[in-house]
Design a protein around this ligand. Structure first.
Ligand code: AMP
Length: 365
């Protein structure tokens, strides 16, 4: 049978893991990204140039049965012409909503999914008003292009307003109430064009400086899992979604508060490569290529640790039983996601012990 051709906008580690998951399925990926030595280009062919270059995007689309994304911030205007050439999945509307924190919260609210109290901020005066109305502490964020804690400022007291404004002040901001959460959880799921949905077990995520450091999964809480699945399914249905979709939640006094969504495979789902029957990467490809979705059943108890800024001692980590190592092939830079490892164990207590041993070998820079 002829292989299925998938075009991927962006060739970072997510694209790389998609391409690697594609080979056994007979899916061949082609990337578009700026560099010749991106994580994706190391494992599959790549067009080289700007991600919004209309000529290159059209070439990518014409050489693909479906176009999908490693990077979701491509503008709707750049994407629209591709829809006349090939299928674009997930749908453009999903990308557009997720590009704007305010639009995302409006969608969640319309679907009766709880979010933090928030207000749009376009000026310093509006920030003062928002902090008074919503209260302190709070977080000032850029509505667009913020990720991994970038473009965010935590305000503890009214005296922080000036510093916050100096740090990220301008138009296009959102102020939200600081959530005193007990945990951060995320739910990854997939939906196909026929409306088939599958959901992974919940991941419990620990961040440092706004970047994911490690996750443990499955996070066993039947009540929260059922709730989260209901919320994710509502968003998928509302957007007529195709592909993998993730929602990140805060747990505040036992309730889920949605923080944000990602219309793609997610860092907190990397554990599914070794930890589930079908990984998030394979299910994303299956969904966008109209294949039946695969089982999301967990194979044991896992922990995933991100390598940030510096790579750890590979040999010492590999000596831990049940550990899988992933190097994204990137040059080290402070705060940059360079790789991850996943530990798979039969019992939670074995996982916890191996996680604590592995954490001693990983430093975040
Ligand atoms: P985000 O870019 O919105 O995913 O934020 C990155 C991280 O910053 C989150 O995972 C939280 O750890 C923290 N954070 C963001 N928004 C809030 C909030 N409203 N209250 C408390 N912590 C937050």
């Amino acid at each position: 049978m002829k292989s299925t051709r998938v075009g991927i906008v962006g060739a970072g580690q997510l694209g790389r893991m998609l391409a690697l998951a594609g080979y056994p399925l007979g899916v061949r990926c082609l990337f578009l990204d700026r560099g010749a030595d991106t994580p994706g280009a190391q494992v599959a062919p790549s067009l080289i140039g700007d991600l919004e270059n209309p000529v290159l995007l059209a070439e990518l689309a014409s050489r693909s049965d479906v176009v999908t994304f490693d990077w979701e911030n491509i503008s709707g205007a750049a994407l629209e012409p591709l829809e006349n050439i090939t299928r674009v999945r997930p749908p453009r509307a999903a990308l557009e909503v997720s590009q704007d924190r305010l639009a995302e919260k409006a969608l969640f609210t319309r679907l009766k999914i709880p979010v933090a109290a928030h207000a749009a901020v376009e000026s310093r005066a509006q920030l003062i008003q928002a902090a008074e109305k919503i209260g302190l502490p709070g977080v000032l964020k850029t509505r667009r292009l913020g990720y991994d804690g970038k473009g965010q400022y935590v305000l503890r007291a009214a005296a922080d307003i000036d510093a916050a404004w100096q740090a990220i002040g301008g138009a296009g901001l959102i102020y939200e109430k600081f959530q005193e959460f007990s945990r951060e959880l995320s739910l990854v799921g997939a939906r196909s064009a026929s409306g088939q949905t599958v959901f992974y077990p919940l991941s419990c995520n620990t961040h440092g400086g706004g970047i994911l450091r490690y996750s443990i999964a499955p996070f066993a809480n039947a009540r929260l899992e059922q709730r989260a699945r209901g919320y994710l399914k509502r968003v998928m249905t509302a957007l007529d979604y195709i592909g993998v979709l993730t929602i990140e939640f805060f747990v505040v006094q036992g309730r889920l508060i949605a923080n944000e969504m990602a219309p793609r495979v997610h860092n907190s789902g990397h554990w599914t490569i070794e930890g589930c029957v079908t990984s998030q990467f394979e299910n994303h490809l299956r969904a966008v290529c109209d294949m039946p979705l695969g089982s999301t059943r967990a194979l044991g108890h896992t922990a995933m640790i991100n390598f940030l800024g510096v790579m750890p001692d590979r040999e010492r980590l590999l000596a831990i039983d049940g550990l899988a190592y992933h190097d994204y092939g990137k040059a080290p830079r402070p705060g940059r996601k360079l790789g991850h490892c996943t530990i798979l164990k039969r019992l939670p207590k074995e996982r916890t012990k191996a996680l604590s041993n592995a954490l001693k070998l990983v430093e975040w820079a």
